[in-house]
Write a protein that binds this ligand. Sequence first.
Ligand code: SF4
Length: 256
Amino acid sequence: MDAELVKRRLKKRITETVQEFQEREDITCRFGEPELAYVSVDDVRFDMLFARGLNGHPREIYRPGRTIILYYLPLAEDIVRANEQSEEPTEEWVKAYFESLWLAMYVNQTIREVMVGQGRLISNLNNMVEWDDEKCREEWSHKYAAAIAGLGEMGPAGSFHRNGQYGGRVGGMITDGMYADRPDAIEGEELQEALAKLLNPCLFDGPCSEEMINVCPGGAITAEGIDKAKCRDYCKKYNEKTPAPEVCGKCFRFRV
Ligand code: SF4
């Protein structure tokens, strides 16, 4: 099947999966329309992140892979806004974190079905609940890949933003099919700028505003940046096994 038809089918089937999931009686979270993007594993920014120990490399994770299929499942606006109003993460926000993880598992299954139907190889890029407690992060970040794919941008504490909004689940899978444009050959200063565009908005090296420092319930933020270990320690209160910043998210709205 033509690549554009496959993409249309993926979008349709993923939208249906989200709809079916949120209609279930045991699910309280609501989601907006899913968005998809595709990126080649040959994009040099993956090499740069890997060389700096900031992310796994898709080729190392799955050798036959040529394209990463990425999706963004936005949370309903009211859940995001309510979390901005409280001192600690709201119950709904924390619940949305877990339910969106659950939804992502169904979305991955949908992607797998569609791609296998096309005779393609398809693989996960990570264990969805993986966590390196020393590095205070996952071995593989879908968010960096999604930012490279142009689906959105990185934000504070390694959050993900799309069209000025945050609060959503980013996920992805890798296939041997060719569904992405050939990556631009960027080098030298341009490459350094591309890397800075990915890393600077995370604010791990600052600068962080007084307002941002004050909203952090974990005392993890100073003007010099976000302390990953302190953030992790606070987030363990809500998720002992994978204490990612997403379970708190109080600082995500502060963009540079
Ligand atoms: S996610 Fe929460 S604990 Fe972590 S730095 Fe942001 S506000 Fe602080």
